[in-house]
Design a binder for this molecule. Structure first.
Ligand code: FES
Length: 464
């Protein structure tokens, strides 16, 4: 994989970071994975147990392929962790480095698989040693001795808002705007460090649309928390509480109504070796080029349908790397796609990176040399939070995931919990925007009605 910097990212200070004891140039705020890839470091992690090489593939912090230890904190996603000057990161759960990991021997020593749960369980004397090895093989990072032990903090008092919007993609931004226009106090939380969702890579529309929408929300008085993922939703005595994980810790939020716009999980398709470094989601590849001035590969194979295929092709041509092949998305899902796909991506091949793919079509079998495979698949809805809240979900064939069942106004089976965007099924950015507006309006109405009811009951109590 021949990733390289094609231009410096706009308005970013040049800094220096350290990874596995070596120093690298980077730009302030860019994802650690982008900075390392620009310097040729593409193996960022190893799979648990078999220690196969892993690179940044989703770019959204969802797949866990790029986990590293950053400034003493384990399990930070290199794809979503912004660089700062003198940041120190290390490969985790390896002997050596992610690039050259001695534990990769496990993969060929146990070709039939390894059950680490039962390893050495009958030998009490060797167990302590075995456990350390197994921990190294299959664990996830180690807390540094110098890590901040004040993590056990006093619980924070809950933030009370009329409408909480979870996720700042097209639907979330629209929901927040409409709810605020209706007079509700709105908090918008986003797991990534900037709002925009699918707009950020510029494949679906200009990233500046997201910037304009965010600026407008701030002017309207919407409270926006970036780097803030909703991790739990609970209802105690009728009151909804959502736990938000921020870099500073956990923040409980009690909204009168919630709009879930959590988006979906991207996938890199179903074919052998789809986990090799250099196989990545289209949104991530696009964001690397447009936002971070990073070309993730010189000889890309693109798996996408129109119009995304065209947008990706243009992006790579403009960046100086015309695709070596454009395949329909069915090629990346050949084993699960209904009917006979026109072309089938039989397998990816490579050692520590993808080096070629084998493609089958009516003309026969073809080997395509490449250093990057970019897949634009329909995201599978991120339904877990909605399910926790009490919403109903159902299997959704197109994305191969579970989508939230929502009514025409975005209402779900959970009281005062609304859903919009990819969470309720595959949709275009325009459809997500429209769904967000409808759900935002319904949530504001529900929240303001609740607020009025509580005023009335307080007045009645005071009067009696
Ligand atoms: S979590 Fe970083 S690439 Fe998926």
């Amino acid at each position: 994989m021949t990733a390289r910097r094609i231009r410096p990212p706009k308005q970013r200070r040049e800094i220096t970071i350290e990874h596995d004891g070596k120093r690298y140039p980077a730009y302030e705020g860019e994802p650690l994975a982008a900075a390392l890839m620009a310097s040729g470091v593409t193996v960022l992690g190893r799979s648990s147990k078999y220690h196969r090489p892993r690179g940044a593939s989703c770019g959204t912090g969802d797949c866990g392929n790029c986990l590293v230890q950053v400034d003493g904190m384990p399990n930070r996603c290199a794809c979503t962790t912004p660089c700062h000057d003198e940041m120190v990161s290390e490969s985790q759960n390896v002997i050596g480095s992610a690039e050259n990991d001695l534990l990769a021997m496990t993969d060929w020593m146990f070709p039939r698989g390894l059950d680490h749960h039962e390893m050495f369980t009958g030998l009490p004397l060797v167990q302590p040693v075995a456990q350390r090895i197994i921990r190294k093989l299959s664990g996830l990072g180690v807390l540094a001795r110098t890590a901040d032990s004040s993590a056990e903090r006093e619980p924070r008092p809950p933030t009370i808002v009329d409408v909480l919007v979870v996720g700042a993609g097209a639907s979330g931004l629209a929901a927040a705007e409409v709810a605020r226009e209706a007079g509700a106090e709105v908090l918008l939380v986003e797991a990534l460090n900037e709002p925009g969702g699918r707009r950020l890579g510029g494949l679906h529309c200009s990233p500046s649309d997201a910037k304009t929408a965010t600026r407008k929300l701030l002017e309207m008085g919407v409270d926006i928390w970036p780097d803030s993922g909703a991790v739990q939703i609970d209802r105690t005595q009728g009151v909804l509480e959502v736990l938000i994980l921020r870099p500073e810790g956990l923040f409980p939020v009690r909204p009168r109504a919630t709009v879930l716009c959590c988006g979906g999980y991207v996938s890199t398709g179903v074919f052998p070796n789809n986990d090799l470094p250099g196989i990545m989601a289209a949104e991530w590849a696009a964001r690397l080029i447009t936002k971070w001035g990073m070309l993730p590969g010189e000889r890309p194979v693109i798996c996408a349908d129109e119009p995304i295929a065209k947008a990706l092709r243009e992006l790579f041509v403009k960046a100086g790397a015309p695709p070596v092949r454009v395949l329909p998305i069915s090629a990346a899902y050949a084993d699960v796609w209904p009917g006979n796909p026109p072309e089938k991506l039989v397998t990816a091949l490579g050692g520590k990176h993808v080096e070629r793919v084998i493609v089958e079509n009516a003309a026969g079998t073809e080997v395509v040399d490449c250093d990057l495979v970019v897949v634009a698949s329909p995201p599978a809805p991120a339904f877990e939070l909605a399910l926790d809240a009490g919403a109903h979900v159902a299997y959704e064939e197109q994305s191969g995931g579970f989508a939230v069942r929502a009514g025409p106004e975005g209402g779900t089976a959970a009281e005062n919990v609304f859903a919009a965007g990819t969470l309720v099924g595959p949709c275009t950015v325009e459809e997500a925007h429209a769904g967000g507006r409808t759900a935002g309006e319904a949530a504001a109405t529900a929240a303001l009605t609740l607020l009025q009811e509580s005023y009335h009951s307080r007045e009645n109590r005071d009067a009696s």
